[in-house]
Design a protein around this ligand. Structure first.
Ligand code: HOZ
Length: 445
């Protein structure tokens, strides 16, 4: 696959230095963890230089180990829709932990969070809590294979569905960011069962789906893509996938780990009017603690153990602290609040467009609810190939110039950004000012 090489030794690999405490902690981290990190994109492989080490967060802002402040648009890669350390979540955690931190037995909190999710997403007739998005998508694929008796899965170039073997083929997120091959360590026979098609290309998708129709267990997609940068679906794309799944007998899976409670409170089903058979959720439903879920049609979910034979289990699944954080988050995220965050995301995106327009650089930015992204190309990308044609060198320079001015963006052109309830008009205005200055510096560099 075409990919962006990791930066090393180039001019852009010498960005503004991090502070001495961050540098010292990262040196110790590198002796412990591969690349000094516990998830690859954080290592700055795509932008060069060194990550700052976060000390604390509050509202829309984070502070690093050297006391530098940043307006944060990473927001823990999506979960923090209320911002950092929201009192409502901290209170729920404090109250819950007095009664114990984990039981590995049924608790009412699981039922409450499950009911809260189903109230917004009624097509999740049954669900199962797990601890990460990877677990959710991996379990869904097993279920789809078991239900259909078929082995192949169709995914889209640049979509990332976690790091299970079957999904690391032409994947987005860290795989695209670091430009590493999609599947070392994955048996060739297994990778061969994963088919891919270009995003927003129904013709190519239909050709592949029909060619392998009788062998296709599932079609899986991020309804709004957040792992190849931000890519919105064409109007007919998701309905087209629904029709293709129906035609071939494959199950349609929406990976809403990023989009859930971001593009609409009811997710893609509400926003686009397309109902998947199965859905993966994560991030927001855990309010910053490790929670994910998978669910969908009752007749499918009843195949999951112990109701059915498809096995999946987890010691910390339904953990009370994680459930409490998720529940506090979802209860706070009213339609009014969701709309307010979405409007603010729209204001930011529009402001960034105007700033970039004044500097005369190719730029596009877009949002769906509180999920957003920008790209240094004239038109919004419609596919991973489009995203790869953006000016990545300019992205790297802007990233570092923005960081030096107190803006925290994901260190990769292939990740979406997020907005929270804590980002007010003041944060938007400060962001636009800092971005303007950063863009000026990056263009001059
Ligand atoms: N791969 C996730 C973002 N799409 C998480 C990255 C991280 O936590 O470092």
């Amino acid at each position: 696959m075409t990919s962006t090489p990791a930066v090393s030794g180039s001019r852009t690999a010498v960005p503004d230095a991090v502070g001495p405490r961050s540098a010292a902690i990262m040196e110790r981290a590198r002796a412990l963890f591969p690349g000094g990190v516990n998830s690859p994109v954080r290592a700055y492989g795509a932008v060069g230089g060194e990550p700052f080490v976060v000390e604390r967060g509050e509202g829309a802002r984070i502070w690093d180990a050297d006391g530098r402040e940043y307006i944060d648009y990473v927001l823990s890669w999506g979960p923090l829709v209320l911002g950092h350390a929201p009192p409502v979540v901290l209170d729920a955690l404090r109250e819950t932990m007095q009664r114990g931190t984990s039981f590995g037995m049924p608790s009412e909190l699981e039922v409450q969070l499950g009911e809260a999710i189903r109230a917004r997403m009624p097509h999740l007739e049954m669900l199962r809590f797990v601890s990460s998005g990877t677990e959710a998508t991996m379990s869904l694929l097993r279920l789809a294979r078991a239900y259909t008796g078929r082995d192949r899965v169709l995914k889209f170039d640049g979509c990332y569905h976690g790091h299970a073997d079957s999904f690391l083929v032409r994947a987005g997120s860290g795989v695209a960011t670091l430009g590493i091959p999609g599947s070392p360590g994955i048996p060739r026979e297994l990778a061969a069962l994963t088919l891919t098609a270009p995003l927003n290309d129904l013709g190519a998708t239909a050709e592949t789906a029909r060619k392998f129709g009788g062998e296709l267990a599932a079609i899986i997609v991020e309804p709004v893509v957040g792992n190849a940068g931000f890519i919105a679906p064409d109007r007919d794309f998701l309905p087209g996938l629904r029709a293709l799944a129906d035609e071939t007998g494959a199950l349609l899976i929406f990976d809403e780990v990023m989009t859930g409670y971001r593009i609409a409170l009811g997710g893609a089903h509400e926003r686009f009017g397309v109902t998947p058979d199965l859905t993966a959720l994560g991030k927001v439903i855990g309010g910053g603690l490790p929670v994910a879920a998978y669910g969908g049609r009752r007749d499918l979910m009843e195949r999951v153990a112990p109701s059915g034979p498809v096995y999946q289990a987890g010691t910390l699944s339904g953990n009370p602290l994680a459930m409490a954080a998720g529940l506090a988050t979802l209860r706070s995220l009213t339609p009014v609040l969701h709309d307010r965050i979405s409007v603010r995301a729209g204001e930011l995106v529009e402001g960034l467009r105007q700033v970039a327009g004044r500097h005369g650089v190719p730029f596009s930015a877009d949002h769906a609810g509180s999920m957003w992204g920008f790209s240094f190309r004239d038109r919004p990308p419609r596919s991973f190939a489009d995203a790869q044609q953006a000016d990545i060198g300019l992205f790297r320079r802007v990233f570092h110039a923005a960081r030096a001015r107190g803006l925290s963006f994901a260190p990769s052109a292939y990740e979406a950004a997020f907005m929270s309830a804590a980002h007010g008009t003041r944060e938007v205005a400060e962001t636009l000012e800092r971005f303007d200055d950063a863009l000026r510096a990056a263009i001059a560099a």
